[in-house]
Design a binder for this molecule. Structure first.
Ligand code: MLT
Length: 265
């Protein structure tokens, strides 16, 4: 079912009485990057996903976003849907949103799933790369930007052997509103560093990373997991930075096992 909450396109699946899981997508994609997980999990869980402000079918506005505003958006969905202790599952940019949301109010959540993400804020090189990308969108257009960016996030074998999947998400990235994409780059550039909070996370946490993720590699994500007391880490074979899309069956099994073992319903 699709709803509009606070200008956001929100999608819900499954029985509202089941334990809720909120899926927060990565940049510069939309809610559909979770389609395999939702198809698999909706029989047992109340699955909620949405398009981050400026992307997909959500309100674009003037593109002046911050990570904080993304987090307020997430809390507005939780409040509006009256969700009790949802498990929060975010990939990359969705992981930045999730970590800051848990830092803001951990008591609202029942668990945390972090996929292909990190707690560190952008360093100076990272900020300059964001500036370059904004300029690239302004001068060469969103399609050129999307082609270059997406080729860095998928594992090269996925691009070669599963071109249907790759092209599907390349088209999604190309069709985004450039104002929303530039707004997301600025929101990510200006986010805070949540590393010192990791040791304060009490929630059961699952950390997932594609074995061939070049942006947030397994060695870095394993260190993140080690800082979270109640966490488990898994590296996903045959996957880059988009592990839930590139190896959905393994990610589905991991999430399902984690939910059954660690989350009280
Ligand atoms: C993402 O996948 O959401 C992005 O790679 C995050 C980023 O650019 O920092």
């Amino acid at each position: 079912m699709q709803k509009q909450i606070n200008g956001l396109a929100v999608y819900t699946y499954g029985n509202k009485k089941n334990t809720p899981i909120i899926f927060v997508h990565g940049f510069p994609l939309d809610n559909t990057m979770w389609k395999n997980q939702i198809k698999f999990l909706q029989k047992d869980y109340y699955c909620i996903t949405y398009d981050v402000r400026g992307l997909g079918n959500s309100y674009v506005g003037d593109g002046q976003y911050t990570m904080e505003a993304y987090v307020w958006d997430l809390f507005s969905i939780i409040n509006e849907l009256n969700l009790n202790k949802p498990v929060l599952c975010g990939l990359s940019m969705g992981g930045y949103i999730s970590l800051r949301a848990v830092e803001t109010n951990q008591s609202k959540f029942g668990g945390l799933i972090l996929c292909d993400t990190k707690s560190e804020a952008d360093n100076d090189t990272g900020k300059l790369i964001r500036a370059f990308k904004i300029n690239q969108i302004n001068t060469k257009g969103i399609e050129h930007f999307a082609e270059e960016f997406l080729s860095t996030v998928f594992f090269e074998d996925t691009i070669k052997n599963n071109s249907k999947l790759y092209n599907e998400f390349l088209e999604i990235a190309k069709s985004q509103n450039p104002i929303g994409v530039k707004g997301a780059l600025i929101a990510m550039l200006s986010r805070t560093d949540t590393t010192s909070f990791l040791e304060k996370i009490k929630l059961p946490t699952l950390v997932i990373c594609g074995a061939f993720d070049n942006l947030t590699p397994p060695v870095q994500m394993r260190k993140l997991a080690e800082k979270i007391k109640n966490s488990e880490f898994s590296s996903i074979p045959f996957a880059g930075h988009m592990s839930p899309l590139e190896n959905p069956s393994m990610v589905n099994d991991l999430i399902s096992g984690f939910m059954k073992r660690k989350i009280q319903s």
